[in-house]
Design a protein around this ligand. Structure first.
Ligand SMILES: [Zn+2]
Length: 123
């Protein structure tokens, strides 16, 4: 049987890959709901369209909603980047190694956070 880091067998790796791909689809779907990719492929929260005839309060509400979404967009985008990075690492065979101390990330941690980039000690 082919062994990867963590003595991970191919079935476990496939499971984690499925988990990551599902997460990627889900995150992109949520982001598409209120943000768009700009020319640099970075996600940007859509700025509210201020329609004619809207009251100042309506406009303020829309801007407030936009401002509340910004940190959400940032957090989702960062998670999405980690998910994509993890999938790339699977392709090149470095998946499951802590980026900081180079040790294997324990399998139970990867199962809970398949996009984890570091072990718990280095987090
Ligand atoms: Zn570490």
């Amino acid at each position: 049987m082919i062994k990867f880091y963590n003595n991970m067998d191919i079935e476990t790796l496939k499971q984690l890959k499925n988990q990551l791909e599902a997460e990627k689809t889900e995150l992109e779907k949520i982001l598409e709901g209120f943000a768009e990719k700009d020319d640099n492929k970075e996600w940007e929260t859509r700025y509210p369209d201020i329609a004619q005839g809207e009251s100042i309060e309506e406009q303020a509400d829309e801007v407030e909603e936009y401002e509340n979404l910004l940190p959400v967009e940032r957090a989702l985008e960062n998670k999405l980047k980690d998910v994509i990075l993890a999938l790339e690492k699977m392709d090149i065979g470095t998946y499951g190694k802590c980026e900081n101390c180079d040790k294997d990330i324990p399998l139970d941690r990867l199962k809970a956070f398949p996009e984890a980039r570091t072990c718990k000690d280095c987090e």
